[in-house]
Design a protein around this ligand. Structure first.
Ligand code: KIV
Ligand code: ZN
Length: 571
């Protein structure tokens, strides 16, 4: 039978390739990290169903600073009042560290540029990022303007920015220009427009301008983008006074690959977002690109070790859950479910010594580098035993353990089996579970506590005691557990993130009791705890305290001002 489809490929055409006999980038290798610029707070934020609120923006900004970004695009202030207010807040409250430069986006029109400079008044340093669309489709179908008219728009914008900057000499200004939709623009024309802008700005090697070449929509294979970048690097004027910057989107799923090849082709700088949030399929994911460098023995110049904090903050600010198989960061990326994979990993790990080059089958990086441990990797090895262990716990405690708690518990049972060198009895497993999660020695004790609802938030007030030192937390957040964890984090000056929570009624026990177990990350390391009680909220607080008892933290309760971390912003 003849197959009839409405799926008609003839509707599309291939994007043009560049004949380039002098292509050099394929023979190169990455040897150093590019300059990074985060666009989470601008491009990422513009793409959200619900844009970040001021406290989420601040939380994201602090994370970006802590991760090590030295250039952060913080908004499009002339287009958005919340962005304008956020830029003012950063400047007026002196929240920009000395080694960080904020960047803002502007269109090429005078009133918009004036408003942009108003937002930046008093900034110590700033990058003003000018853009206009240059592609054929935008010129012909959207604006109805000629090549010369589009170029004139860019030049007028560049002149206006130069004049505004001269009026505010107290700020150390730098300029960036993006021929938006660069990959859909004739290359010689893109260079013509960039040259015209650069002619206005007159950058020098000491004070270079940034020419950012966006794959606004990814339409070709990454090698084509790399060719385009190499061509621009070879033909643009004053190359020694220009930083070539990349800004790729992920429409074909190759945003990272395109940026990597384009760095080989000569680019100096890369714009992207943490974990790839952004328009449509997202911006280039800086975490993946940086971790790719790291896995090749190159210092990524970003600190991604506390991956749980990054994931949690990005999820909270974007309200988008991370895919469990997201490179390097997803919950499942270091898990091996197949027996042969596990066996190979086990053998390699057994031969790996600290300080040696990492060479472990199926694991491109050491999971511990991003706060995961081997127990999370070898999930099935412990699974045979785990099923039995979970059954015993269920019989004794009346609760079904979620998988992550089974995985966490497994090594305790194995260690017990090794210690006793005999079969471990059910009652021993049950009391081991009790000591490990429910009545944990050294856990901070919970005194009087109450929770109340205020608008959309929950407020938690709790009295606590750590080795005889009484202290109190009083915190508001979305969700009681979040409020409690944030309050505790701020008070103990730790970075505490609730990674997993599970609650269920206890069956066969006292009436109406709830079992709550949690997995928290403390300064990037995961720990589990559990509790039972008639009040589920209080049980969840106790579970957090029991989990925290496994962490290594100073037992002295700080009395001074709390450290500000992204996970524990002052609400
Ligand atoms: O994707 C894009 O082209 C942009 C520009 C404004 C740089 O975000
Ligand atoms: Zn973009």
């Amino acid at each position: 039978m003849h197959f009839v489809s409405s799926f008609d490929h003839r509707k599309y055409r291939p994007s043009p390739v560049l004949p380039k006999p002098d292509r050099r980038w394929p023979d190169r290798q990455l040897t150093a990290a590019p300059r990074w610029c985060s666009v989470d707070l601008r491009d990422g934020n513009q793409a959200l169903i619900e844009p970040m609120n001021p406290s989420q923006k601040l939380e994201m900004f602090r994370l970006l600073v802590d991760v090590g970004f030295r250039e952060i695009e913080v908004g499009f202030p002339a287009a958005s009042q919340p962005d304008f207010d956020f830029v003012r807040h950063l400047i007026e409250d002196e929240l920009i560290p000395d080694d960080v430069t904020i960047q803002v986006l502007t269109q090429a029109r005078q009133p918009i540029i004036e408003r942009t400079f108003e937002a930046l008044r008093g900034a110590p340093r700033a990058v003003v990022h000018l853009y206009n669309s240059t592609s054929t489709v935008q010129r012909e179908r959207v604006f109805g303007l000629s090549r010369d008219q589009i170029k004139a728009l860019a030049v007028r914008g560049a002149e206006c920015i130069k004049a505004e900057a001269a009026r505010a000499p107290g700020t150390d200004w730098r300029f960036e220009y993006s021929p938006e939709s660069f990959t859909g623009t004739e290359l010689d024309y893109a260079v013509e427009v960039c040259d015209a802008v650069i002619e206005v700005w007159q950058p020098t090697p000491d004070k270079p301008a940034i020419i950012n070449l966006p794959a606004t929509v990814e339409v070709s294979t990454p090698n084509v983008y790399a060719d385009q970048i190499e061509w621009v690097c070879d033909h643009i004027a004053r190359r020694d006074s220009i930083l070539i910057s990349l800004h790729t989107h992920n429409d074909r799923g190759c945003g990272v690959a395109a940026a990597e090849l384009a760095v080989l082709a000569g680019a100096d700088r890369v714009e992207g977002t943490l974990l790839g949030n952004g328009e449509r399929t997202g911006n280039m994911d800086v975490v993946t690109m940086a971790m790719n460098l790291y896995s090749q023995g190159i210092d990524p110049q970003l600190d991604l070790a506390n991956m749980d904090r990054i994931i949690h903050t990005v999820e909270r600010c974007t309200q988008i859950r991370l895919h469990p198989r997201h490179p390097y960061a997803g919950e499942l990326v270091f898990a091996a479910f197949s027996g042969s994979h596990q066996d190979a990993i086990n053998k390699c790990l057994a031969q790996h010594n600290a300080g040696e080059i990492w060479d472990v089958a199926y694991l491109p990086i050491d999971p511990r580098d991003v706060g995961r441990d081997y127990q999370q990797v070898i999930r099935i090895n412990s699974q045979s035993g785990k099923g039995g262990v979970a059954y015993v716990v269920e019989q004794h405690h009346g609760v079904k353990l979620p998988r992550w708690l089974q995985v966490d518990f497994s090594p305790y049972v194995q260690a017990q089996a090794e210690r006793s060198a005999t079969e471990v009895q059910g009652s021993v497993i049950a009391s081991l579970f009790d000591r490990t999660y429910l009545t944990v020695p050294g856990a901070i004790t919970l005194g009087d506590s109450h929770v109340e609802r205020i608008d959309d938030d929950d407020r938690v007030v709790a009295a606590l005691d750590c080795d005889g030192q009484g202290f109190e937390i009083d915190r508001r957040a979305r969700g009681v557990l979040e409020a409690f964890a944030r309050g505790l984090a701020a008070r103990l000056e730790l970075d505490i993130v609730v990674v997993n929570e599970h609650r269920q009624p206890v069956f066969g026990g006292r009436d109406g009791e709830t079992f709550v177990c949690v997995q928290i990350s403390v300064d990037g390391h995961r720990h589990c705890g559990a509790a039972k009680g008639h009040d589920a909220a209080l049980a969840s607080f106790q579970a957090v305290l029991n989990a925290l008892a496994h962490a290594d933290y100073p037992r002295e309760i700080p009395t001074g001002a709390t450290r500000s971390t992204a996970s524990a912003p002052v609400s």
